[in-house]
Design a protein around this ligand. Structure first.
Ligand code: ADP
Ligand SMILES: CCCC(=O)OP(=O)(O)O
Length: 363
């Protein structure tokens, strides 16, 4: 029988990861590291399309993989209109929204574009799975306190859903029958209460909640307004302070938690105070999620790069173990999650969702 593969594409802000899967097995993978100056040439994220496409096609050629050996292509989904979780067929309308950045710029916007670009060459379907735009909020979670500004769901949905499925399987339950609190602890942080498989609230990794290695998290709003009108900073500079140069980076000049821990071990008191404050805010956010779930929490899951840290995990456990058992899945496996989401559709276990049917095209 002819061998057929799924190609998964995960564009990040500094790299593009590609993996080739034969059923559930990853048989090849490659991380294309982009030079800062190569990406800086492009004004908009979507403008990087041709550049990244050529690099992926070059890799396939180098590995002697013909695109006619592929049965589907899947890309990490970006900032689209609010949508329920699941596996989506990439449609022309979705591509239009990704290209204009309908809800903002994010490297993941290229995922669907690159998947469809390659899929269309062979006449095969392309998909995205649990994009950062997944929105399964309870209505009450949308109200911010200022009429003009609704709370928005922007979330590390792909990894959060993947680790939730993993835990449900481990305890032989359906995800729909359990409640979890999942904290994705990476360069950005999402802490979400998951009720019966749905992410019913989240801090919004780019703007609110705990600060993270590179993001400020929620800030005192009065002081932010003052800074914005101080004439000291441009709009771009303010945005960078919130995402990129915020969090650990703002206080300690690094986004690398390992470096911070190294400094702490050498007696750096400032590093310890800032790192402990980040951990304190994560614990506090988990506590808030427990109240959303009215205390009915089957497990708390800690995942992402920071979950490799024993220092951080032990301190979070001290704060939240009274709520429920803490399960640690360090790192993330977004490539595997993309493939599994695609296989669920290819094997007929799930129907692919259609973007136009699931989103509000006037919103
Ligand atoms: N072994 C480790 N101990 C402590 N922190 C770690 C470890 N490995 C990775 N990290 C930290 O995890 C963070 C990045 O997490 P990651 O999930 O890779 O983020 P992203 O995918 O958002 O770039 C960085 O601050 C990094 O220093
Ligand atoms: C917008 C939520 C998802 C997110 O922040 O992803 P990255 O950490 O990969 O930028």
């Amino acid at each position: 029988m002819e061998r057929k593969f799924v190609l998964a594409i995960n564009p990040g802000s500094t790299s593009t990861k590609v993996s080739l899967f034969e059923d559930e097995k990853e048989i090849k993978s490659f991380k294309i590291q982009h030079k800062k100056e190569d990406l800086e040439k492009y004004k908009k994220v979507a403008d990087q399309y041709e550049y990244r496409l050529c690099l992926i096609l070059d890799w396939l050629e180098k590995e002697s993989i013909q695109t006619n050996c592929l049965k589907a292509i899947v890309g990490r989904g970006g900032l689209l209109r609010s949508m329920p979780g699941g596996t989506y067929l990439v449609t022309d309308k979705m591509i239009e929204d990704l290209r204009i950045g309908v809800k903002g710029e994010h490297a993941a916007n290229l995922g669907g574009m690159l998947a469809k670009g390659i899929g269309d060459r062979e006449g095969i379907d392309s998909y995205i799975v649990d994009p950062v735009a997944v929105d399964e909020f309870n209505e009450v979670a949308r109200v911010s306190g200022l009429k003009e500004i609704p709370r928005r769901s922007q979330v590390h949905a792909l990894n959060i859903k993947a680790v939730s499925y993993r835990r449900a399987k481990e305890i032989s339950k359906n995800l729909e029958d359990i409640n979890l609190i999942v904290a994705h602890l990476g360069g950005g942080i999402s802490v979400a209460p998951m009720e019966s498989g749905k992410i019913i609230d989240v801090n919004n990794a780019s703007e609110m909640g705990p600060f993270s290695p590179e993001r400020s998290g929620g800030l005192p709003v009065g002081d932010i307004v003052k800074m914005c009108f101080s004439s000291k900073y441009t709009h771009e500079e303010m945005k960078e302070m919130i995402k990129g140069k915020g969090g650990l980076n703002s206080y300690l000049g690094t986004i690398d938690a390992r470096e911070v821990e190294e400094r702490i071990s050498k007696g750096d008191k400032e590093a310890k105070l800032v790192y402990d404050a980040m951990i304190y805010q994560i614990g506090k956010e988990i506590g808030a999620c427990a109240t959303v779930l009215k205390g009915k929490v089957d497990n708390i899951i800690l995942t992402g790069g920071l979950a490799y840290s024993h220092y951080l995990i032990d301190k979070i456990k001290e704060m939240v173990s009274f709520i429920s058992e803490v399960i640690v899945y360090p790192g993330e496996d977004e490539m595997d999650a993309l493939n599994k989401g695609t296989l669920r559709v290819l094997k007929g276990l799930e129907k692919p969702k259609i973007y136009e049917d699931e989103v509000n095209l006037n919103g």
